[in-house]
Structure formats: structure tokens, C-alpha cells
Design a protein around this ligand. Sequence first.
Ligand SMILES: [Zn+2]
Length: 433
Amino acid sequence: MITKRLLPFLALCATLAAAQTSPAIAIRAGLLIDPETGTATPNQTIVVQAGKVVAIGANPTVPAGAEMIDLSKQSVLPGLVDAHNHLALTYKKDPENNVYYLTYVMDSTAIRAVQAVSNGITMLNSGFTMVRDLGNNGNYADTALRQAIDQGWIPGPTVINSGLIIGGFGGQFFPTPEHANLVYPEYLDADTPDEIVKAVRKNVLFGAKVIKIMVDAKPYGYTVDEMKLFISEAAKSGMKVAGHVQTPAGASRAVEAGLWSIEHSTALDDEVHKAMAAKGIWRVGTETPYTGYNAQTEAGFARVVAGLKNAYANHVKMAFSTDADYFIPGMTRGEVVIDFLKSWKAAGIPAPAILKIMTVNGYEVCDLKDKRGPLKVGLPADIIAVNGNPLENIDALRNVPFVMKDGIVFKRDGVMTPAKFFNSGPVNGWRIR
Ligand SMILES: [Zn+2]
């Protein structure tokens, strides 16, 4: 006998069953771009069902009743990646005027999680279907964001989050003795081998997907052996270690230890680039084109561009990564991020290489390459479309009129249509972590 109490549950089951058997979608692509090979194939059709790509070709079998989406005048490609952002952080004003603590003191973790939702939606709106979020999230607002997206409550990019940033005593900054606690919970102290193991485990337990450490923000930065301990402890949970690096000495220790990625590029010179290329260490450079933000000057921008050029010439593995955690009036987070194309173009890097860096390299540095990202049969359907051909003109990526994430259309004809995401349920099963 079905009791009244069971009825809502049965209704939920019916909704989920409907979602799983929802009609296929067939996308007609004028040009299908493969960022891996830098090629474009005309007149292809992509068939999507139950959130995944099930067929790609000139004339694949399209299930009866499939919804047709006509992108025959556009270029279709897999979604973009920002490999270094902080979605739960937006400085109250220009960081040059010392605003870190204002954010920590004035914004609760709860409001930062809400802010992260907003920033994530704008990222998706700009074509970024994957974001590596590297800390500064209050007390794990990043995990809350990722869970909300994974469980289908809200639209947003796939988030690879770091949880709390682990560093030596005092985190990244230099508080006074009276206010040392202002750096917590943004930073997690780990000053001894035991504390390193415990800190990694704490982040794993509370939902991190990558471990972020401060290599050299203090004179007592991590040694090579300490970083190796981070790497081995993180590996037990299948995670990689990303290191914030800001000094040449820290950079060479990070390379010797074999970190997965070096975050930021100010300390990376020709010698370090050569060593990174030899060891296959990711360069997650955060090359801001904005002057007046993050203490960036005209001379600083010139150094950024020279660094990009040198890294590209040395065949360093590079990611498109922004560290865009500030507010620029009139621009969304997604618009600020795509504007970083300025830096890459200024470095003279060819459009096909930039596109590969923003896609294929992004999936790799997120450690998801075989699971999500590329437009391949069997993988989640994270698909965007642009006018023009980004292999010829990378600025085509500045306007993304079509976005699909996990097989659900988020934006069409330039208009966001996020309704289907709300309470849509998880594509890959319920998970609580
Ligand atoms: Zn950052």
C-alpha cells in the first residue's frame, strides 16, 4: 500500500526517471574544432544523451525524437578551463590598497559561497566549463560550491577545489601578533611533518580535489623533503599538489621536489622554465593584463609577456590561468577571465596554441583528461559554440552564444537559459563529498 508519505518520494523517482530517459540532443556544427590537433571539420553532428556524447560524425545515427540544435553557422568546440581562480573571493576594492583582511573579516563563509555561485554562473556564461579553484574560500565555501553544482542544484563549471591553503605559520601574509588569527580559516598551518600529513588529510576529508601549498611566502618556506611529503600524502587520496611560488629559490625547490604545478610566474626565469619542461611540471602562470590590479604595472605587464614568450619557447606545459579574484566595474568574473587573452596575444603565441592551452591543457592540469573535457564519445557533453573560427582568430572566444554543460543547454542564441539546471539532479549519481 502506498502511503501519503511515500508519494513525494515516488514523484521524485518519476522525475529522475524522466531525466534519465530525456530525449537525445543532436547538435549540427558548422565547424567542429579539435583543439588537440588544431583542426576544423565542417558539417559534423554531435549526439548527446543522458549528459554524455554518444556519437560524432558527418551523419551519425540520431535517435527518434531527438531535439535538434542548429549551430551550422558556428564553430563548436569543447568547453574552456581557467586553471587558477578563486570563485569565493572578490576583493572589496583594489588589492593594491591592502584588502585581503577586509574580505576575511567582513565576508562570512556563507556569503562567500553565495558569491561563488554567482561567479561560477558567469564563468559558465563565458564558456568556462571547468575551473580549478585554489583556495581563499573562507571555511570550505569551495567544497559547498562544488557539491551544489555536482548535485544539480545550480549551474556552474566543474570545480577542482583545493580547500584551505596549507602553509607555514601565518599563511600567506604578515599579520600583527594581536591579529594573527585573521589569516584563519583562510590558511591551514603545517610546520612539521606530522602537521603536513594532518593538514592534507583535513583537506581531503572536507572535500578538496587538489592540495595547494604556500612554498615560499615566508622565509621559512617548505624544503624539498617537506614538499615530497605533501606529494606522497596527497597521492594516497589520488590528489596532486599545486605550489604557490613567488621567489627563485622557492621555484627551484618546487621543481626539485616535483610538484604537479607551479602557481604564478613572477619567479620563473629561463633556467627554471627549462627545468620545468624537462620534468613536465605545469606552469599555471596567472598573467593579468590589468594594470592597477594585483599590484600590476606597465613594467610588470611587460615582464608577464616576456615570461609567457620564454615559457612557450621552452615548451613548458602551460595552462590558461588567471587568479582573477577582483572586481572590475562593469565586468562579470567570466568577462574578466576571458580578457586575459590580451596577455597571450601580446606574447605572440599562435591562436591554435592558445586554444589548446585553454582546453586540452586545462583538462590535463585539472587531472581529468580521460574523464571530462575533450569532445569524445562516452565523455560528459561540455560543449560551447562561437562565431568565427578560434583557430584563426582567438578573440572569437570573447563571445560565446552557446554553452552546454553535462548535456544540459545553459545558453542558447546568446541568452542564458539556466532553468533546467535547478534541482536537475546529479548526472553521475548522488554524492555527498
Ligand atoms: Zn590565486
